[in-house]
Structure formats: structure tokens, C-alpha cells
Design a protein around this ligand. Structure first.
Ligand SMILES: Cc1cc2nc3c(=O)[nH]c(=O)nc-3n(C[C@H](O)[C@H](O)[C@H](O)COP(=O)(O)O)c2cc1C
Length: 345
């Protein structure tokens, strides 16, 4: 099916295609249970217990695809083991001017400079509250990814994150603190020791025992990366996500490219390196979530063998289509990793 749909979607401007795909998914929600058996792989060997949560499989939807949380109840039906919604900001915002997503089909990559367009944490909370009341709350864990509103100065970032959290915590199985998107001016400065410590201490405290994860950039050198991980650990964070998009173009053929964060196949090695550095440093003290350039079961296995408990996909999903989570799960089952034993009961 996606083989027929993809050329149509890829003939549209990327953001129009994105909205068209989400709109058709929304319309097809009532019929998802019909497709679900083919898209969802159920097997005890895929179950992961991480952050005290039960994940039916380790393949999650990465942040940024369901920016408004409008399809929160669909991702599990579509075969994902969890979904990270957002990034949400305390203030509603339009994001950067269009065009702001670019396809690089030959490289199986995307460049985006979205800048967190979203209708704000309060509106998202209302939507998620309605979903809960409807009785269709997702059966897979839901991550709530929060970031800084563009209009708020960096010095007031903590209060801004806390405002989002206050609205959205009731709907979070885990909270992802996004300090690594390259498209909000200065956001990445929050990865520096002093502001990071202040932010994470406050978020962990406000999260009242729920797991808080930090999403880091693949562009951090080893020393600041380790420093950020050390702060995350000492602040009581439950996990780390490696990684967000990269500003580097070194893994692309020489040429002129739009500004923004690069994702997909050219991010694979950088994201893997970031994960390996974190794994070496954290030595199992906190679970790691791997994201960046995952297209195949081999990619997912490699990340899990490098220390990831869970993986996430975004760009791979755009290029490979809705069968990707099932394909990754089946591939992992064919050749399980050492950390894929069935859970003890
Ligand atoms: C169009 C687009 C929008 C994104 N928006 C967000 C976002 O809002 N928050 C976030 O934490 N990551 C965002 N990301 C980053 C992804 O979650 C992921 O970390 C990155 O794309 C690497 O994974 P991939 O190679 O599988 O795409 C976005 C990525 C893309 C391509």
C-alpha cells in the first residue's frame, strides 16, 4: 500500500505530505483495528520493562511527528511499542516560516527547521484529557516531550518548562526534556552544566516520581556529552535519549543544503557514536533510548547491542512507511539481542 502512496506523498511539499498523512491516519482511526494484526507484532520476547513501565516492544515513535498528540491512540495500533508526543511548549507558537522541512531522497534523509509549531501545552492537555475520558487511552507508554517557548528568554526557561509540565504531566508515562533541537535559538545552551542542572533538578522534582529523560544532541563533543550525562544522573533523571538531529553536514555529499537539523541515514553513525559514548559513561546506571538513522532491524539491533534499551524512529518511518515497526520487531525476533530475554514474572 505504501509503495503506491509514497510517490504521491513524495510529490507533495514535505510539510503538506506530513499533514495529509496525519489527516488520513486520523480518518482511518476507526479502521485501524483491521490493519493492526499485520502492523503489530506481539511476542513476549519483545516486551521490555524500562523506567518501571511495560513496553510491548522496543520500537517507539520519535518526537516531532505527532507534535500535537492528535494521534496518541493510534501509534500502538500501528505497531509502535511507545510514542513520544510533542515537542510541546508552554506558549502556543507557529514555528519558523515555511518551507521548513526538506527531503534528501538520495540520502534517505530530511532537514527540518520546524521550530516547535504547536498549539501549546494547555491545548494539548485538553485534547489528551478528552481522549482519556473517551476511554480510548493508548495501551502503550506515552512520552511527553517538552521544550522552551521561543519568546521566553533562556534565563526564564525553567519556569517555561515547568508550565508545560504542569499541564501535561497527568498524561505522561515519561517526560522527555528537549534541550537539543537546533531550531529554537540558544536552546542547546541548556545542555551546558549550570543551566542543565537547574532545569533538570526542577523538572525531576515537579515530575513527582515519573521518569524524566533528557534528549541530547549528536553534536556534543565527548567531554560536554559526559558532563551532561553526569548532571542528568545526579539530578535523578531516569534515562537519556541519543540523539536529536545534527547541524553537521559532514556525512552528506559536498553541496549546498538548507539550514536546519539533519536526520535519517546520514545521522546513523553520529547518533550511534553518541549512544556508545553515553553507554560507556553510564555503564547501565540508566536506560538509554537510541534514535537517529534507524531504518532496519540491523540498525535497531546494533543500537541495542551498543546499550540501548529502546529505539525510536522518525525519518525511517517516512521513507519505509507504516510497516517499519513490524519489520523491526520481526527482524529483532529472527536474531534476538542478548538483552531481549522474556521478562521474569
Ligand atoms: C520534521 C522533524 C521534526 C522533528 N521535531 C522534533 C521535535 O519537535 N522534538 C524533538 O525532540 N525531536 C524532533 N525531531 C527529531 C527526531 O525526534 C529524531 O531525534 C531525529 O529525527 C533523528 O531520528 P531519525 O533519523 O529517525 O529521524 C524532529 C525530526 C524531524 C525530521
Amino acid at each position: 500500500m505504501y509503495r503506491i502512496l509514497k510517490p504521491i506523498l513524495f510529490s507533495l511539499d514535505p510539510e503538506t505530505a506530513h499533514h495529509a498523512a496525519l489527516a488520513s491516519l486520523k480518518l482511518s482511526k476507526p479502521f485501524l483495528p483491521l490493519f493492526s494484526p499485520r502492523l503489530r507484532v506481539k511476542d513476549a520476547r519483545l516486551i521490555r520493562m524500562v523506567f518501571g513501565l511495560k513496553f510491548p516492544n522496543p520500537v517507539g515513535l520519535a518526537a516531532g511527528l505527532d507534535k500535537e498528540g492528535e494521534l496518541a491512540d493510534a501509534w500502538g495500533e500501528l505497531g509502535f511499542g511507545f510514542a513520544e508526543l510533542g515537542t510541546f511548549t508552554a506558549h502556543p507558537q507557529e514555528g519558523n516560516p515555511r518551507p521548513r522541512i526538506f527531503r534528501l531522497p538520495a540520502q534517505r534523509a530530511l532537514i527540518n527547521r520546524m521550530g516547535f509549531p504547536n498549539s501549546g501545552a494547555e491545548a494539548a492537555a485538553k485534547r489528551l484529557s478528552a481522549l482519556r475520558k473517551s476511554g480510548r487511552w493508548p495501551s502503550v507508554p506515552i512520552g511527553i516531550n517538552i521544550g522552551k517557548s521561543k519568546l521566553i528568554p533562556l534565563e526564564e526557561a525553567v519556569e517555561d518548562y515547568l508550565e508545560s509540565l504542569q499541564h501535561l504531566l497527568p498524561y505522561a508515562d515519561y517526560v522527555a526534556v528537549n534541550v537539543s533541537s537546533p531550531n529554537t535559538p540558544s536552546l542547546r545552551k541548556l545542555q551546558e552544566a549550570k543551566p542543565l542542572k537547574k532545569l533538570l533538578n526542577a523538572v525531576v522534582k515537579a515530575a513527582s516520581g515519573k521518569a524524566v529523560l533528557v534528549k541530547l544532541a549528536p553534536d556534543l563533543e565527548e567531554k560536554p556529552l559526559k558532563e551532561a550525562a553526569e548532571i542528568a544522573l545526579s539530578s535523578g533523571c531516569a534515562g537519556l535519549i541519543a540523539a536529536n538531529t545534527t547541524l553537521s553536514r559532514e556525512d552528506l555529499p559536498e553541496g549546498a543544503y538548507p539550514d536546519g537539523g539533519l536526520s535519517g541515514a546520514p545521522l546513523r553513525e553520529k547518533a550511534l557514536k553518541t549512544l556508545k559514548t553515553l553507554a560507556r559513561f553510564t555503564r547501565g546506571r540508566v536506560p538509554l533510548v537510541a534514535v537517529g538513522g534507524i531504518f532496519t532491524a540491523g540498525d535497531a539491533r546494533q543500537r541495542m547491542e551498543a546499550g540501548a534499551s529502546l529505539v525510536q524512529v522518525y525519518t525511517g518511518y517516512i521513507y519505509e512507511g507504516p510497516s517499519l515497526p513490524a519489520r523491526l520487531c520481526r527482524g529483532l525476533l529472527e536474531k534476538p539481542t542478548s538483552n531481549m530475554k522474556p521478562p521474569r514474572h
